[in-house]
Design a binder for this molecule. Structure first.
Ligand code: SAH
Length: 386
């Protein structure tokens, strides 16, 4: 029997007894979901439970994230220690949430994961030229209340924990077999309203000993949560592993003056455009070719005039920013309309002519109700409540 936590044996001693006795873990240790643990935390847990264990912790971490193989009993690193494999399996049970729904429009598709409490997370697989991008949720629902966004209608049901965020990428990669190389936090929820879990997930996803998705290939998109942006700015200025250098930031602008923005996005009444601009000016960008992304959903007759384009240019003066124009994806009873494509192109041209870097984002996935702002549709809300 393994001694109580306070008198744990050395790794060599423990290794010596694995395989010849049944290993029992002191009852004070609760089983933990390893999907939400970064490697240093997993190593620490192994240390507390079984003395040292870096070798076995690393093997488990690598196998889960790189290969999607979660059972330690099948790993070569555990072959000589079947009792340890049993114990680790029992103490770190991996439950990848099952896919409980999928809607496809040919190229882009949305998938739903059934979470422990019966709620669902929603993620969107978006094909790029040579790889795929995954749009992940950070919360079930959202409390930000943007008037053009379908997710807002759900309200905030709860935050996702780091393991539930990581699970979306693992399922896309290893269950659905998608070559995900890019992750954007543009699914349900406001990531800066759940920053600790989002950062823990980013740390896990970017660890080279696991999936190794580089920080510049991960984008956190915020409604304009200024306190969160400032916190992220501090972390982006620090070197890894404590910091998150070159993690991408996107901000949903959607209106270039306070009157309109406060009408469309209640968050603007908490942090106005002057405060947002100040925070963006201070955000560290280490390279000349790094940009802040400003998302701008085009709503016909609301925010798409020439004067609006000029206001955007003024607002972003001095900020290394690229404006991503997103033609609205209207939900079933949206009060807004998408402008015609010719007008969308014209709006883009106004920005470019004024010297503002800008581009047009596609509307892939609109048919599958999978594009931006369409996650969490009202029928699902009713079904969930029932
Ligand atoms: N809360 C975060 C992330 C979720 S929204 C944020 O606000 O950035 C992700 C992106 O989808 C945002 O840029 C948002 O402006 C955009 N979006 C929301 N509803 C949309 C809709 N109906 N059509 C097109 N884009 C939408």
């Amino acid at each position: 029997m393994v001694p109580p936590a306070a008198k744990i044996r050395s790794a060599a001693e423990v290794d010596g007894i694995f395989g010849c006795v049944t290993l029992t873990v002191p009852t004070s240790f609760e089983p933990l979901d390893p999907l939400g643990l970064d490697l240093p935390s997993l190593v620490k847990e192994f240390g507390e439970r079984w003395g040292k264990g870096e070798y076995h912790a690393l093997a488990l971490f690598r196998s889960i994230h790189r290969n999607g193989v979660c059972d330690p009993r099948v790993l070569p690193e555990y072959a000589r220690n079947p009792s340890l494999a049993e114990a680790v399996g029992a103490q770190f049970p991996v439950r990848l949430p099952p896919v409980c729904g999928r809607s496809d429009d040919g190229s882009t598709y949305k998938f739903l994961l059934k979470l422990r409490d019966g709620l669902e997370s929603e993620s969107v697989v978006i094909p790029m030229r040579t790889y795929k991008s995954l749009c992940v949720s950070s919360q079930v629902g959202c409390k930000m209340g943007c008037t053009f966004c379908e997710t807002a209608r759900l309200g905030h049901l709860r935050d996702l924990d780091a393991g539930e965020i990581v699970a979306q990428v693992l399922v896309a990669r290893h269950v659905l077999g998608e070559p995900i190389e890019n992750v954007v936090f543009m699914g349900m929820g406001e990531p800066l309203d759940n920053l600790d879990n989002v950062l823990r997930a980013v740390r896990i996803l970017s660890d080279r000993r696991g999936l190794g998705i580089p920080l510049p290939s991960i984008t956190v998109s915020t409604v304009g949560h200024v306190d969160g942006i400032r916190q992220l700015a501090r972390l982006a200025a620090l070197p890894a592993p404590e910091g998150f250098p070159r993690l991408r930031l996107a901000v949903s602008l959607n209106a270039p003056n306070d009157t309109l923005r406060s009408r469309l996005m209640p968050v603007n009444r908490r942090w106005n455009l002057a405060q947002l601009r100040e925070a963006l000016l201070e955000f560290p960008l280490s390279r000349r070719d790094d940009y802040l992304f400003l998302e701008y959903v085009l709503l016909e007759g609301i925010n798409d005039s020439h004067a609006h384009a000029q206001e955007i240019v003024e607002l972003l003066r001095g900020i290394q920013a690229c404006v991503n124009l997103i033609p609205l994806n209207p939900g079933p009873d949206s009060p807004y309309r998408r402008p015609p494509q010719t007008h969308v192109r014209e709006f883009l041209q106004w920005l470019l002519d004024a010297g503002q870097r800008a581009r047009l984002r596609g509307t892939k996935g609109a048919d599958a109700m999978a594009a931006c702002g369409q996650l969490g549709n009202p029928e699902r809300k009713r079904a969930r409540r029932e």
